[in-house]
Design a protein around this ligand. Structure first.
Ligand code: ADP
Ligand code: 3PG
Ligand code: MG
Length: 406
């Protein structure tokens, strides 16, 4: 069972190879949550990459190039998504000067020249139109500036992009970083030898990229709690009028399929029974709690209500393994954060093995001060859900293996 995890555990880690004197390219996931002034609100993803970066420095790698995306730009420069916003925090955490590379094509020669102690940070790789298309030309260019490719971007390991996947075709030595190995170990415990019942809690706003996965997790989980904007889509699918709430119309059919799959597999689904609604998300004047059936005309559902919190708390208390991705509401706004924070408290208080994942969800958990009371905080949101599906994540797929299979 879950042999996908065994496959992923079998990749070589950076510790299995010699990187001294080598040019190392590390794909990291610095896609951190930021406020409207581009201030990082949670630097966990940066901190999580430090072990691998420091290891390369300590092993005297001849140059280290860090590659990441930030947000979802459309293949061209956008100031708010520039990795310059990350540079200072990274320098502070690493206690080292980082050289920012605005145009990596123009700087290829400089990066390729061996010079100990230099750490480069490339500008957002998604500013390159070839990144999301997994363009071999971009993969080749990235490969040309390194001898060793280290994938440590667990949060992006479900993406088949040039810097997470395509590059492996053009580099001879490709291994996983410490974070990738740590993450897979934690999920192995939850999924390979699970203590049942297993509850999956899903919320957040990335509906299109996560909802289809839910159809395929039914064999793995016993209970499914759905909140946040994700549940708006399900409630609309049940025939409730969600008014101005954020949901995705094109995925209503998928939501119906998820409900049908759950019935077929005897997986219990819990949706919010009440909601916090507002007349305006940005400038709320009128905020009310209503049954999920009664969202007022022109209002948006922005958090789960107190009755839903109670219901979800009871489910959580009866679970032995809990995997959570996606906030229950717009937790960045104080008035709409209660559902997420209370659920975080309930999961933290439970006696279950608990994994929480996702940039925003981990940020929310940190804000509650409950982070210590989770068994594991994953940097993966969508990636952890795809793991549940039973897939070998593309970011692991082509890495070198410890033993070649017969
Ligand atoms: P993660 O980063 O943990 O994987 P997502 O990126 O999928 O999670 O979702 C996080 C975002 O979801 C947050 O910015 C939050 O404001 C938003 N969100 C949650 N509930 C709602 C809702 N009801 N309406 C609009 N946005 C929501
Ligand atoms: C995430 O935040 O889940 C990862 O960084 C991947 O981002 P993406 O969903 O934009 O590919
Ligand atoms: Mg997010």
């Amino acid at each position: 069972m879950n042999s996908n995890i065994q496959v992923m555990k079998g990749v070589k880690s950076i510790r299995d190879i010699d990187i001294t004197g080598k040019r190392v390219l590390i794909r990291v996931d610095f896609n951190v949550p930021m406020d409207s002034h581009q201030t990082i609100t949670d630097d966990r993803r940066i901190r999580s990459a430090l072990q691998t970066i420091n290891y390369c420095i300590d092993q005297n790698a001849c140059s280290i190039t860090l590659v990441s995306h930030l947000g979802r730009p459309k293949g061209e420069y956008e100031e708010r998504f520039s990795l310059r916003h990350i540079q200072k925090r990274l320098e502070r955490l690493l206690q080292k000067r980082i050289e920012f590379v605005e145009d990596f094509e123009a700087s290829q020669d400089e990066i390729s020249t061996c010079s100990l102690e230099r750490v480069f940070l490339l500008e957002n790789i998604r500013f390159q139109p070839g990144e999301k298309k997994n363009d071999p030309e971009l993969s080749k260019k990235l490969a040309s500036i390194c001898d060793v490719f280290v994938n440590d971007a667990f949060g992006t390991s479900h993406r088949k992009h040039a810097s997470t996947y395509g590059i492996t075709e053009f580099v001879d030595v490709k291994v996983a970083g410490f974070l990738m190995m740590k993450e897979i170990e934690a999920f192995s415990k939850a999924l390979e030898t699970p203590v049942r019942p297993i509850t999956l809690v899903v919320g957040g706003a990335k509906i299109s990229s996560k909802i289809t996965l839910l159809e395929s997790v039914m064999q793995k989980v016993d209970k499914l709690i759905i909140g946040g904007a994700m549940s708006n889509t399900f409630l609309e699918a049940l025939g409730y009028d969600m008014q101005a709430s954020f949901y995705e119309k094109e995925y209503i059919e998928t939501a119906k399929n998820v409900l049908a799959e759950a019935r077929k597999n005897k997986v219990k689904i819990y949706l919010p029974v009440d909601l916090v609604i507002t007349d305006s998300v940005d400038h709320p004047i009128d905020v009310k709690v209503v049954p999920s059936q009664d969202v007022l005309e022109g209002f948006s559902a922005v958090d789960i209500g107190p009755a839903s919190v109670k219901l979800f708390q009871e489910v959580v208390e009866l679970s032995n393994t809990i995997i959570w991705n996606g906030p229950m509401g717009i937790y960045e706004v104080d008035r709409f954060s209660k559902g997420t924070y209370k659920l975080a408290g309930a999961i933290a208080d439970s006696y279950a093995y608990t994994i929480v994942g996702g940039g925003d969800t981990a940020d929310a958990v940190d804000k509650t001060g409950e982070a210590e009371n989770f068994s594991f905080i994953s940097t993966g949101g969508g990636a952890s859900l795809e793991l549940l599906e039973g897939k070998v994540l593309p970011g692991f797929e082509n890495l070198d293996r410890v033993k070649s299979e017969a």
